[in-house]
Design a binder for this molecule. Structure first.
Ligand SMILES: Cc1ncc(COP(=O)(O)O)c(C=O)c1O
Length: 451
């Protein structure tokens, strides 16, 4: 019989895991090899169970183990596993219609893809080509916000220039990448003292960058409504309406990356629903299919899409896995479950409870600098001013190890602990997460440097 140790040994010999080194894993007795899961609990092949506090990669919105999805996938595979070139399929048509119904304003035309990086690559190509089709040929620059993450493929990897991407090894990046301030009220780059002030200053930064970089060369602005990659950064209310006005004024396409925020994650169907604006393009993945099967999509307004209408004017891009009927069938059932089980409301209510518990922790642990988030995209940041006897890299590893011992699988980003459990998380499970955080923070206090 193959044991856990055998499999770990094979994994460390043959597998190139995402964002993990095999030497580190061998030293720590990893990787954990997950065998089965239900709701928010995952169990490894030795029978150890943990709460998956990030729900996969902030992606398993409906929770693990839903038989309805397996049935929908099985049915679709038996009915039609794929399709001939230049045709489409029933689930794809229905999914496009569904996304057009759910999204705000005039977002109506859907380009199916198989993941978030692809969705953002396509969105950027669409934005650039849109300008060209309208005769505005010099627009190629893209504004993103510092530290944001929009995917790992070559082009989008440069958006945000996140410190976690190691981009120095891949220079030079594509031309025309511009980085704006992150509207983070806890750490406003311009010293804004309130969310409103920070929002106004950071929106102004976008306008200044457009002006400095010649407005008629700027193609698009891309951002997540609530920045997941820096730990649930919620901008002041006016930020997105101001960005909408600025983009309209300078003719810049506004791309809303809903890869994490979409499908109930933040307590509304889409993150941008909190801010009441309609972007020109939205991108989806993760929660669109709750990671049962890879699926993603781009939706554009008719103003964008119509620039590609008419003879000899098609948008040249084709992805073999884009529009896969099994992915579409799975996404349709996933959306059905989100709606039938009222998971968007669950996310809003459970998220509020979670944030209240984390604020209570912050009152009791002086090392907590900030608690933030919306719905079930929440984060706790350890005060950057507190020095520990371990450096930040060591601290992140220490936290992950302590959480694991206390029953949580939870990765941290430097000092930011970001949590995005499945939307079906119960109050009891939130209490377990908070208890584990509580005892870990108590233990961490003994590592405060006295010097
Ligand atoms: C905000 C955001 N956009 C895009 C992506 C890329 O999605 P994918 O990993 O499906 O390519 C991610 C992935 O984590 C993300 O967090």
């Amino acid at each position: 019989m193959t044991t856990n140790i055998d499999l770990q040994d094979k994994a460390n010999r043959y597998l190139w895991m995402q964002a993990k080194g095999w030497a580190d894993m061998a030293e720590m007795g990893e990787p954990i090899i997950i065998d089965h899961a239900t709701g928010i609990s995952v169990t490894d092949i030795e029978g150890n169970t943990w709460l998956d506090v990030n729900g996969g990669y902030a992606s398993v919105n409906i929770g693990y183990g839903k038989k309805e999805i397996a049935d929908a996938v099985m049915h679709q595979m038996l009915q039609l596993s794929y399709y001939p070139e230049q045709t489409t399929t029933l689930p794809n048509v229905l999914l496009a219609e569904k996304l057009a119904e759910l999204t705000p304003g005039d977002l109506t035309r859907v380009w199916p893809v198989s993941g978030g990086s692809e969705a953002n690559e396509i969105a950027i190509r669409m934005a650039r080509a849109y300008h060209v089709r309208r005769g505005d040929k010099g627009r190629y620059k893209i504004i993103s916000r510092k530290g944001s993450y929009h995917g790992a493929t070559f082009g989008v990897a440069w958006l945000g220039r996140s410190q976690f991407m190691g981009l120095d090894e891949y220079e030079p990046g594509p031309p025309g990448m511009i980085y704006a301030a992150q509207p983070n009220p806890y750490n406003c780059e311009f010293g804004g003292k309130s969310p409103a002030e920070c929002a106004a200053l950071c929106a102004k930064d976008v306008e200044n960058l457009i002006i400095q970089n010649q407005p008629d060369t700027v193609a698009a602005f891309i951002g997540e409504p609530i920045t997941s990659s820096l730990g649930a950064v919620v901008p002041g209310d006016k930020y997105w309406p101001l960005i909408r006005e600025i983009c309209d004024y300078y003719g810049v396409v506004l791309i809303d990356d809903e890869v994490v925020c979409g499908f109930g994650r933040t307590g509304k169907m889409f993150g941008m629903d909190h801010f009441g604006i309609t972007p020109d393009i939205m991108t989806f993945a993760k929660g669109l299919g709750s990671s049962y099967i890879p699926v993603g999509a781009v939706i554009a307004t008719s103003q964008i899409a119509d620039a590609f209408a008419g003879k000899e004017n098609i948008f040249y891009a084709a992805l073999t896995a884009g529009g896969h009927p099994v992915s579409a069938a799975s996404a349709l059932m996933n959306i059905n479950i989100i709606q039938k089980e009222g998971l968007v409301d669950c996310s809003a209510k459970a998220g509020q409870y979670f944030i209240d518990c984390l604020k209570d922790l912050a009152d009791r642990h002086s090392i907590v600098g900030d608690v933030r988030g919306l719905g079930l995209l929440v984060a706790l940041e350890i005060d950057p001013k507190v020095n520990f006897t371990i450096d930040d890299e060591g601290l992140a590893k220490w936290l992950v190890r302590k959480f694991k011992e206390r029953g949580l699988l939870l990765r941290t980003l430097s000092r930011v602990i970001q949590m995005s459990p499945p939307l079906c998380v119960t109050q009891i499970e939130i209490d377990l997460i908070v208890e584990a955080l509580d005892s870990t923070l108590t233990e961490l206090a003994s590592y405060i440097s006295k010097g």
